[in-house]
Design a protein around this ligand. Structure first.
Ligand code: COA
Ligand code: AMP
Length: 628
């Protein structure tokens, strides 16, 4: 069936469309109800019973695929290669699930996972799924305070960590960060399980600490706990507009159905194929396409502990594709910008063969036409931009290559994926004409796999996503559709920025800057960066009579953000300004500042308090070479 027919069916008859997809998976009890309306939203497969880990591992072994490779671990930073068959991975997971149960973890309990890109991270996630526990993976580039905030929100019984992560050639000790986070948090974590890596052996401080290997030697495998399809599988914190991260809650059933569908419809994969999402388990891409999606689908997944460059060079991606006969790769555009910068002529690519590779998918940030063209010319493979968010868990717009490879238009993430009724709305909630920009919204119901709610904060879920346009999910992105329905995502309409494909909140950075004793007021905006897409820029107004050298202040602010949020924020620049443009009610005109740094015409509202502030800020930016 062609894309248009399938898409229309998915929108007109979502229940029969998704029932058919659900039938492709092994449920303990197939759902009688496919879609149920709740107060303001919908839930999928509410009376279905299943287990995600069973679908991802046990089922494949039962079907005779136990000897197929499930997971390949490739770590140029430790010179390690290791692979696990489905049977081996199942053995590891079911024993670690037993270890968690021995620590008192029960269905519905939370487990925080703070780990580098090692197989044990996937084992810990799947083990939680096996016993119906809810995991919350925190990206290793976040500082102790960020981890503490998540601990206090998720209230885990157990934290699973490793002794260290390795960033190119730097060994980053994780255990002291975890200890500090536990100290900072008000919630008391009962147990901390540590996977010791030889690069840095962690000190085990208290009776609450246990060694991963010891537990694996002592524990017994446990069976899967059946859960309702709507039971939470995980919480994944993502940046919102305020300082407090949002705990996106994902269900089990809708998630499994959506991911399984996406691997064939979008990525055009067959069971047994090799899929490589070059991301990190700390991000949604890692959850959906390093761990759960490929395994549920019966593919081979790759966990790569390295970077696109410097581990050891810009040929790393091509080497991995060649070594493991990767069929589909998925990475952020920033990774390809980094490769292009170091190897513009593709000399390192020529040392490898990419014959297995069918397509290169990119997401996480806007795919700029220059990166698109360079990657396509160098690899001679289809390069596919697709758009999604932590909240949706799987792509909203894409070239549905498994249904039909449609025309690609540079700058567009192509067409809405079946299940997503994507509309562009004006500020009153009316649909705008093709070609006109507006807020991108998705008409409810969202398809399976999208967020259930915000952890312990249904009100924030409703106010953040469902209230702005009645009957729609508001994505927070702006853009337009062309006359053929192709969607162009132009960027966030809120104060979220995208740094090297990582989503960060400027509000959170502002809270950190505001704590500096010399700072009276501040704001943070994203400015263009040729490699990372965007990087944050802090603008601070000093308190009266404060005398401080600007470079000293900048260094202190940079250190504070690194300490409080983490190196992942890539906060490296702060400037002192004399005034900040504000409305008469005192709201900083961030949009005008964003327009200033992107050299767009300034749209200054009539409510501006002090119009001269505009020229002042422009001068401060010019002095620092931020604008011309
Ligand atoms: N643990 C600890 N520290 C981490 C970390 C982790 N898991 N991940 C990143 N960091 C640190 C880095 O070491 C760096 O620290 P530094 O300031 O001391 O150098 C900082 O956080 C910023 O990291 P990063 O954004 O990765 O920048 P980089 O300059 O080290 O590398 C790229 C640049 C382009 C190579 C890198 O950003 C990249 O590979 N991007 C792809 C992004 C991606 O996969 N996104 C997932 C969404 S699909
Ligand atoms: P995250 O939740 O971290 O996956 O970030 C989601 C945000 O990244 C989206 O809201 C967009 O702003 C941006 N994004 C992701 N994919 C794309 C894309 N293909 N094109 C443009 N922006 C994207």
């Amino acid at each position: 069936m062609d894309y248009t027919t399938l898409y229309q069916r998915s929108i007109k008859s979502p229940e029969s469309f998704w029932r058919e997809q659900a039938q492709k998976l092994p449920w303990y009890q197939f759902p009688e109800t496919i879609l149920k309306q709740t107060d303001q939203n919908y839930s999928w497969f509410p009376d279905g019973k299943m287990n995600t880990c069973y679908m991802a591992l046990d089922f494949h072994v039962e079907q005779g695929r136990g000897e197929q490779t499930a997971l390949i671990y490739d770590s140029p930073v430790t010179q390690t290669r290791q692979s696990f068959t489905y049977r081996e991975l199942l053995n590891e997971v079911s024993v670690f699930a037993g270890a968690l149960q021995d620590k008192g973890v029960e269905k519905g309990d939370r487990v925080v996972i703070y780990m580098p890109m090692i197989p044990q991270a996937a084992v810990a996630m799947l083990a939680c799924a096996r016993i119906g526990a809810i995991h919350s993976v925190v990206f290793g580039g976040f500082a102790a305070r960020e981890l503490a905030v998540r601990i206090d929100d998720a209230k885990p019984k157990v934290i699973v960590t490793a002794s260290c992560g390795i960033e190119i050639n730097k060994v980053i000790e994780y255990k002291p960060l975890v200890d500090e986070a536990i100290e900072l948090a008000s919630h008391a974590v009962e147990h901390c399980i540590v996977y010791q890596r030889e690069q840095a052996i962690a000190a085990m401080n208290s009776s609450a600490d246990s060694d991963w290997e010891d537990l694996m030697n002592q524990s017994h495998p446990v069976a899967c706990t059946p859960v309702a399809a709507t039971h939470p599988l995980y919480i994944l914190y993502t940046s919102g507009t305020t300082g407090k991260p949002k705990g996106v809650v994902r269900d089990n059933g809708g998630h499994a159905v959506a991911l399984n569908y996406s691997l064939s419809a979008i990525y055009n994969l067959r069971p047994g194929d090799v899929f490589w999402a070059a991301s990190d388990v700390g991000w949604v891409v890692g959850h959906s396409y390093i761990v759960y999606g490929p395994l549920i689908f019966g593919a081979t997944t790759i966990m790569y502990e390295g970077k696109p460059v410097k581990t050891p060079d810009a040929g790393a991606f091509w080497r991995v594709i060649d070594d493991y006969n990767v069929n589909v790769i998925f990475a952020a555009p920033t990774a390809f910008r980094a490769i292009r910068k170091e190897d513009p002529e593709g000399g390192l690519l020529k040392k490898h063969t990419l014959t297995s590779l069918k397509a290169i998918f990119m997401a996480g940030e806007r795919l700029d036409p220059a990166t698109y063209e360079w990657t396509r010319e160098q690899t001679r493979k289809p390069v596919i931009d697709h758009w999604w968010q932590t909240e949706t868990g799987w792509p909203i717009c894409a070239n549905p290559t498994g249904i039909e490879m449609v025309e690609t238009k540079p700058g567009s993430s192509t067409l809405p994926v079946p299940g997503y009724n994507v509309q562009v709305l004006n500020e009153h909630g009316g649909e705008v004409a093709n070609g006109q920009q507006g807020a991108i919204a998705i008409k409810l119901p969202l398809p399976p796999g999208c967020l259930l709610t915000i952890w312990q904060d249904e009100a924030r879920f409703v106010s953040g996503y469902l209230s702005r346009f009645q009957g729609y999910y508001c994505s927070g992105d702006g853009g337009y559709k062309d006359k053929e329905g192709y969607v162009y995502i132009m960027g966030r309409t809120d104060d979220v920025i995208n740094v090297a494909g990582h989503r960060l909140s400027t509000g959170e950075m502002e809270e950190v800057l505001a704590a500096h004793p010399a700072v009276a007021e501040c704001t943070v905006i994203g400015i263009a960066d040729s490699m990372k897409g965007q990087v944050p820029l802090g603008m601070v107004l000093l308190k009266d009579n404060v005398k401080i050298d600007e470079t000293t202040l900048e260094n202190e602010l940079v250190a504070m953000v690194r300490k409080e949020i983490g190196p992942v924020a890539s906060f490296k620049q702060a400037i002192v300004v004399q005034r900040l443009p504000k409305t008469r009610s005192g709201k900083i005109l961030r949009k005008v500042l964003r327009q200033m740094v992107s050299a767009e015409p300034l749209n200054v509202p009539s409510t501006i308090d002090d119009p001269d502030a505009i020229a002042d800020v422009q001068q401060s930016m010019r002095n620092k070479g931020i604008i011309q």
